[in-house]
Every structure is written in structure tokens, then in C-alpha cells.
Write a protein that binds this ligand. Structure first.
Ligand SMILES: [Zn+2]
Length: 400
């Protein structure tokens, strides 16, 4: 699989908030349908083009928002997919899929903040979660989906909230109720949305237990009181909604759409139920001129910085043959796996021609994938101009 900037998948979005909102970036709706498919071969090129323009516009917006909060992260975002990391930059296309992308560029590998890297990383993580689910099935383990959160209001700041929630989760694992589980392993995803009642950070834990599926739900349900007391120990509180236990079917559905919900969120920025928005919806709104969304998104970006998207319990990856792939490796624009891609065009990384061509990088990928005229793409309208033609109201221009 070569994933240029084709829409694959992306980080987990809470099933309850995973935005089925379909306002495409330019106000059209064509992009929305294609976003649901993970099949590169059936990609709708016009939709992919619009989606890629939208992602780069969002990335420039992200870099701009973070300029005064985290200069290093801001720089990484603005260099990602744009500035050469090696002597040569090449535009490549894989014959088997027809997907094109650039090699030789920096990638930021920010799973929380980059609208271009995050979907690629999540596509890889989804493959890993698929191995988890099939491994659990093969070994005959019961699977339970546990969602942990706490009561929240508008006064609560995200970073300390997340820290307290994490401590509560750690404490839960030390409780005798937890230690009494026939625990095989777990994968924990950290997510947040933001809505009328402020931040709603939560953990989704996929638990593998060595027991009959019929007993698993009741066993995990038995941790409810322990969770509520762990919350209290760190100044948090919760009612029924703070502790949700769901069946293997829910875990399967979560894995099946891992990234897909975010893919939709990257498309549009309409709010979900209760006016809640995920990070990508906030970023899109910020890009489109919503100053409050920009401030909220900045708080998110700083609070999630350095956190891991998915945490596997010790030994579980090895058990199911899941290799260790870093976010950096997963974010590569051109998949290095054979067969090698055909090189369509090359530039000196430090030269003036690339500095001009990179402003048309989305156009170049589009031309490469559709058999279009590469020269016309390289010297034609810039991506920013194309974005404006699609109705992008307030593009933050790419860096020089
Ligand atoms: Zn990136």
C-alpha cells in the first residue's frame, strides 16, 4: 500500500461523537463518499484532490495556531510534506495501486496534530488492531470494550484533567478487583471531544480475558465501584456514564472503523451530537476562521503533545506477531515496501525549482494519479489558489 495522501484512516474518534458530519472542505459533498472507503483502487480522484487541498490548508492553519505556543511543533508541521529532508525529492507512483506521493520530504509524524501524517499512522495502527482481534479469536479469548471517563464541566482544563484520568486508570490496575480479572492483555486508546460541557477526555480499552465470553461482561462490570473510587482519589467524579462496558461486538466495530470516523471529521466541520467536536473538526473550524475553535484546538494540541495514541499491555504485540512500527515510519508518504514505485519526476531538494513546485504539491500528486500533465501541474495554479477556487475562505498560506 502506498498511501500518498489518499484518505485512509486516522486516530480513534469516540463512537458517540465520531462525526457523521459531511460538509466537505469546499462546501461540496463529493469528497464525503470516497472518504468511507479504504480501497485505494476505487478512489474518487476529484474527491481525493479536494481532500488533500483541505488537509494542507488545515496543516498550515495548525502550524500558524501553534506558532506562539510551541515553535518547534509549529515548524515541524509547516515543514511536513513540504521541505526536503534529503538531497533529492522525487514524485513517485506505485503501479499496482496508481497511488502517488513524494519521497525525500520531511514528515512530522504528529498523530495528534497533522492532518496528513495522522491518517497514515492510524491506517497502520488499524492493521495492528486487526491482528489483535484475529489473535484473540484464534486463541479463544473473551473480548470486552471498556470506556473510562469522568464527569466534566467547562471549567476543567484539558491537560490536568487528562493527567488525573491517567492516574485514576493506573490506580484501577493496582486494585484487587482488577488484579482478580483473568487478564490476558489490553490496548488502550486515548481520545477527547469538546462540547457544551467542555472537554470530554476518555479511554477506550479493549480487554482480552481468559474466560467464557458470557462471563466477561459481568466480570468487568464488577470494577465499576472501584473506578468511581479511583476517580475520587484524584479529585474527579463520575456517574454511570463514566464507566461503560460493551461486548466483543462493540470492540470489533470500534476496530473496524478505527480511523474512518476521523476520516469523516477531516472532511467536514459540522458539530456532532450536543454540539461536540473532535480535534479535526475543531481544526477545520479554526482554519475556516473560528477564533474560539483555534484557542480550543491549541489547548488540545498542547495537552496531547507527547502522549501515546494507543498503549498495548506488555507482551501483547509479540504474542500476536505485531511488529514495532514507530509513528515516524508509519507516517512515511511513500511506502518503502516493494515493489518499488516508478519515479515520475525528481528535484534537487535545496533548489529553487522544488521551492516553486512544492506550492503545487497537491496538484502534482493529482496529475500523477490521473495521468494528467505534470508540467502543467508544476507551473500552473498553486495549491492555495486551487483551495480558494473550491471556496476555502481563509487559507493560511504555506510557509516560504
Ligand atoms: Zn505531518
Amino acid at each position: 500500500m502506498l498511501d500518498s495522501l489518499q484518505g485512509h484512516s486516522a486516530p480513534p474518534v469516540c463512537p458517540a461523537s465520531g462525526g457523521a458530519s459531511l460538509r466537505s472542505a469546499g462546501g461540496g459533498t463529493a469528497a464525503a463518499g470516497a472518504a468511507l472507503g479504504n480501497n485505494v483502487k476505487s478512489v474518487d480522484h476529484a474527491a481525493a484532490h479536494e481532500r488533500n487541498l483541505s488537509r494542507f490548508a488545515s496543516k498550515w492553519a495548525a502550524a500558524n495556531i501553534l506558532k506562539n505556543h510551541d515553535a518547534a511543533l509549529s515548524k515541524r508541521l509547516s515543514h511536513c510534506g513540504y521541505v526536503a529532508r534529503s538531497f533529492e525529492v522525487t514524485l513517485e507512483r506505485k503501479a499496482e495501486t496508481g497511488a502517488a506521493g513524494f519521497d525525500g520530504l520531511k514528515t512530522c509524524a504528529s498523530v495528534w496534530c497533522c492532518p496528513c501524517c495522522s491518517p497514515r499512522i492510524s491506517a497502520r495502527r488499524k492493521d495492528e488492531l486487526d491482528l489483535l482481534m484475529s489473535g484473540a479469536r484464534a486463541e479463544g479469548h473473551a473480548v470486552v470494550m471498556l470506556t473510562l471517563t469522568a464527569r466534566h464541566d467547562r471549567q476543567m482544563k484539558l491537560a490536568p484533567f487528562l493527567d488525573a484520568l491517567k492516574l485514576a486508570k493506573k490506580r484501577l490496575r493496582q486494585r484487587r478487583e482488577w488484579r482478580g480479572l483473568p487478564f490476558v492483555g489490553s490496548v488502550t486508546a486515548t481520545e477527547t471531544t469538546h462540547g457544551r460541557n467542555g472537554w470530554h477526555p476518555h479511554f477506550h480499552e479493549i480487554l482480552l480475558l481468559d474466560c467464557l465470553p458470557a462471563d466477561a461482561l459481568a466480570l468487568v462490570e464488577g470494577l465499576r465501584a472501584a473506578w468511581l473510587s479511583c476517580l475520587a482519589a484524584f479529585g474527579l467524579s463520575g456517574a454511570d456514564a463514566a464507566f461503560q462496558v460493551q461486548s466483543a461486538q462493540a470492540a470489533g466495530a470500534y476496530v473496524a472503523k478505527f480511523g474512518a470516523a476521523e476520516e469523516l471529521a477531516l472532511q467536514g466541520s459540522k458539530r456532532g451530537r450536543n454540539g461536540s467536536r473532535g480535534p479535526w473538526q475543531l481544526l477545520n473550524d479554526a482554519r475556516d476562521g473560528d477564533a474560539q475553535a483555534a484557542a480550543v484546538w491549541a489547548e488540545y494540541a498542547l495537552a496531547f503533545r507527547g502522549r501515546r495514541q494507543l498503549v498495548w499491555s506488555r507482551g501483547l504485540k509479540a504474542r500476536f506477531g505485531v511488529g514495532e512500527t514507530s509513528d515516524d515510519e508509519a507516517a512515511a508518504e511513500v511506502d518503502p515496501a516493494p515493489p518499488a514505485a516508478e519515479v515520475l519526476r525528481a528535484w534537487a531538494g535545496a533548489g529553487e525549482p522544488w521551492r516553486a513546485a512544492r506550492r503545487r504539491r497537491v496538484a502534482l500528486v493529482h496529475a500523477a494519479e490521473t495521468g494528467g500533465d505534470l508540467r502543467a501541474a508544476e507551473y500552473g495554479l498553486t495549491d492555495a489558489e486551487r483551495w480558494r477556487r473550491l471556496g476555502g475562505e481563509s487559507l493560511i498560506d504555506p510557509p516560504d
